[in-house]
Design a protein around this ligand. Structure first.
Ligand code: NAI
Length: 726
């Protein structure tokens, strides 16, 4: 640890007496709230106080490309209940430094030269005026809540006092929005946006000259919180809508941070600022020392970074961009894949059997781009450029010179083989990477249809492609390392997150999601009210109830997938444990003819085919609900989580997925496994009692509900050794 601020924060004073403090931690690529940063900030503040008489103002800026990145996430992730005193003291230390900075008695300006998020933005909030440089990619805001914590270095307290309780929660701290500088200006968390670094520093100094008596609004006489305190009639009438809205978004998921943010904001707004700071520290400490923030930081920061940095990418091949992408099949998937490829700058040939089908596929991009123009996200020039890169065609000759092909024709292996052979012959370049967007067919078999099976790979997208961030990259038995590297480069090019999986039935994501939905529907088959089963899924933290998902995915598809799993188990000679949900799905299809939303009838009623969901179809409850059936609600929730986690582990054990990070990220981003758990394998780690606690719970569920909860021997052994899945 350094004890000299100049190692971490430089000090320069100009002839007018303005001190520029430049935060530039030499030990780190970005400035973060490390222990040495805490010491350096305090020393700077003390020096400013000591030399105040010779100082006319202060500019706070950074020597890095970004301004300040925020908290020390490693430390936050590893903090447990035993660390709460230390964590609270750490937060209070930053708070005190920031408070002394804003009450120095001299104007202090933040010159925000790049991204400032979380703790990094809290530095800027402790100044009297924030000037942001309009740099491409620069993001500002307080996103702590997205990692299960809250801005605890004064962030909630100051933003509430700057903007008012409701706007602070809705626009800044409640959902942790990351904003570009102009959005931040609109929201009101920065005061000026400038185009160049020189202008930024000149404006900062000019503002200091113009505002020698600068102070925070809340330190001026007669200050009132904008919009009033929670006890004022004006706010009291509207305020209940805010927590109600948070509850609505959470749908019962056990995520403490969004609720704690609201509590901090509302409670803090009713007291003086020092008490508000104390409230903020207390809530924040609680979150940091709890399990959910550890799970979320691990998954959504460390695991996600590891995956996006390409930890599984073979290293021997230089990164390549796909310049010309041929997409075969302009249906639901092909149309959307063409869109994301064109957005990434590639030329796209979108080929279907008829010109009409191809044009309809291109229309999908047109609609999305028009919507982006209407929302002001892109201009018409950009729209036309992206659309101009998509050639809709029925002529296979147009694929000539493509460096990547993604086929998304009907799910039929013979058709796919034929289509791949045909395209390979027409591209005229045997280096072309041939990818299939199959949801379940073997890549190895498709590869047998072409001369270069080493260039065949699976790119399993999720629907809707333009929204879903995950792609499963499926490595067949003959797929080369180079093909894998190129496929990963393409996924990165279209700004999605890849997980690398083996070519087995269901790959990874579908295997895991199948266990969740089957388990949820088993509850209904066993007598739980369908509405309670839906509620159990939501309270477990899944984004939608399983019956809703059955209807969305369509039970015809689900029955087909199930048949695939049964056939796969048979071919591998492994036992297949049926689910109580199967007879119910069969009855929905055969007796009731209610396959799902597409037909306008499933577990729910709809106002028409593919229509709006109305309510649960009453017949299910009439036929299945047994009011006295004894399934504890905690069992209901955990059966879904545990069954899915056991399957995720099984995939990991079999080498279907090779890293814990990918298994966690794949489960969260691919199938909506609850983010609070940190993913399907982290759920096992974090279970009360660790792996041993998880195994004991699975054993108990097995005894109560059956062999779907059998735990792999290797997991039991790891648990006995006290290990974690890392
Ligand atoms: P779709 O039925 O909407 O589209 C298929 C398109 O392929 C049709 O437009 C058809 O005219 C065209 N086509 C058929 N033969 C062709 C040929 N020889 N050349 C060019 N085009 C041809 O199907 P969807 O849903 O887009 O699925 C496509 C593939 O993506 C399937 O393999 C499916 O399993 C897979 N998939 C689907 C997902 C989904 O949620 N629908 C998710 C992930 C993968």
């Amino acid at each position: 640890m350094t004890n000299n601020h100049t190692d971490v924060i430089r000090w320069e004073q100009d002839a007018d007496g303005v001190v520029t403090v430049t935060i530039d931690d030499p030990g780190q690529p970005t400035n973060t709230m490390t222990d040495s940063m805490a010491v350096a900030l305090r020393l700077i503040v003390e020096r400013l106080e000591d030399e105040k008489d010779r100082i006319t103002g202060v500019v706070v800026t950074s020597g890095k490309d970004t301004f300040f990145a925020g908290g020390d996430l490693n430390k936050l992730m590893n903090a447990g209940p035993a660390d709460s005193a230390e964590i609270a003291a750490g937060l209070d230390h930053f708070k005190e430094s920031f408070r002394r900075l804003e009450t120095l008695g001299r104007p202090v300006v933040a010159a925000i030269n790049g991204t400032a998020l979380g703790g990094g933005f809290e530095v800027a909030l402790a100044t009297h005026h924030r000037i942001a440089l309009d740099k491409k990619g620069s993001l500002l805001g307080l996103p702590e809540v997205t990692l299960g914590v809250l801005p605890g270095a004064g962030g909630v307290t100051r933003v509430v006092r700057m903007l008012g309780v409701t706007p602070a929660i809705l626009n800044v701290v409640g959902q942790g929005q990351r904003m570009n500088p102009s959005k931040a200006l609109k929201v009101g968390i920065v005061d000026e946006v400038v185009a160049t670094a020189d202008e930024m520093l000149a404006r900062a100094k000019a503002w200091i000259a113009e505002n020698p008596d600068a102070a925070q609004p809340w330190d001026r006489k007669g200050y009132r919180i904008p919009g009033g305190a929670p006890s004022s009639p004006a706010l009291a009438a509207h305020l209940p809508a805010v927590p109600a809205n948070v509850r609505k978004q959470l749908k019962g998921a056990p995520m403490p941070a969004p609720i704690a943010v609201v509590a901090t904001a509302v409670e803090g707004a009713q007291v003086d600022i020092d008490t508000a700071f104390a409230i903020e520290t207390r809530y924040c400490t609680n979150l940091i020392c709890g399990q959910v923030s550890a799970n979320m930081i691990k998954a959504l920061f460390f695991d996600l970074n590891a995956v996006n940095k390409g930890q599984t990418r073979p290293t021997d091949y230089p990164e390549r961009r796909a310049e010309k992408v041929a997409v075969l099949g302009a249906g639901m998937m092909g149309a959307a894949i063409a869109y994301v490829a064109a957005l990434s700058g590639a030329e796209v040939v979108l080929r279907d059997i008829t010109m009409d089908a191809a044009e309809r596929g291109k229309d999908y991009s047109r609609r999305l781009l028009d919507a982006s123009v209407a929302k002001g996200r892109i201009d018409e020039v950009k729209r036309d450029a992206v659309l101009g890169r998509i050639l809709a065609t029925d002529n296979i000759a147009d694929v000539k010179d493509a460096d990547l092909v993604v086929e998304a024709v009907f799910e039929d292996v013979e058709l796919k083989k034929k289509v791949l052979a045909e395209v390979a012959a027409n591209v005229g370049n045997d280096d072309v990477l041939l990818a299939s967007n199959t949801s379940a067919l073997p890549i190895g078999e498709m590869a047998s249809a072409v001369d270069r099976p080493d260039n065949v790979i699976g790119l399993h997208f999720f629907s809707p492609v333009d929204k879903m961030p995950l792609v499963e990259v499926v490595v067949g038995e003959s797929t080369s390392d180079e093909a894998l590297a190129r496929a990963l480069d393409f996924v990165k090019q279209i700004r999605k997150t890849p997980i690398v999986v083996k070519d087995v039935y269901g790959f990874y994501a579908n295997r895991v999601i199948a266990k969740f939905v089957d388990e949820a529907l088993s509850l209904v088959a066993e007598g739980m009210h369908p509405a309670s089963a839906e509620q159990a899924a939501l309270q477990a933290g899944f984004p939608a109830g399983a019956l809703t998902l059955f209807d969305e995915i369509n039970m015809k598809t689900i029955a087909k997938i199930r048949a695939g799993f049964i056939a796969d188990a048979k071919s591998r000679g492994i036992p297949f444990v049926p689910s109580a949900s199967y007879p119910l799905v069969d009855r929905m299809l055969e007796e009731f003819d209610r396959p799902g939303r597409l037909e306008g009838r499933g577990f729910y009623e709809y106002d028409g085919p593919a229509g709006k969901r109305l309510g649960l179809w009453p017949r299910i409850a009439e036929d299945y609900h047994r009011p006295f059936v004894d399934i504890p609600f905690d069992d209901a929730k955990e059966r879904m989580l545990v069954a899915a986690a056991i399957e995720a582990y099984q995939c990991y054990d079999e080498g279907v997925i090779t890293t814990v990070a990918e298994a966690n990220i794949g489960s969260i981003m691919g199938i909506g496994f609850p983010a609070w758990t940190g993913g399907a394998l982290q759920y096992i780690n974090q279970y009360n009692g660790g792996l041993a606690g998880f195994v004991a719970r699975a054993d108990q569920l097995r005894e109560r509900y059956g062999d779907r909860f059998v735990v792999a021997g290797s997991l039991r052994a790891s648990a006995a050794r006290g290990e974690r899945l890392l």
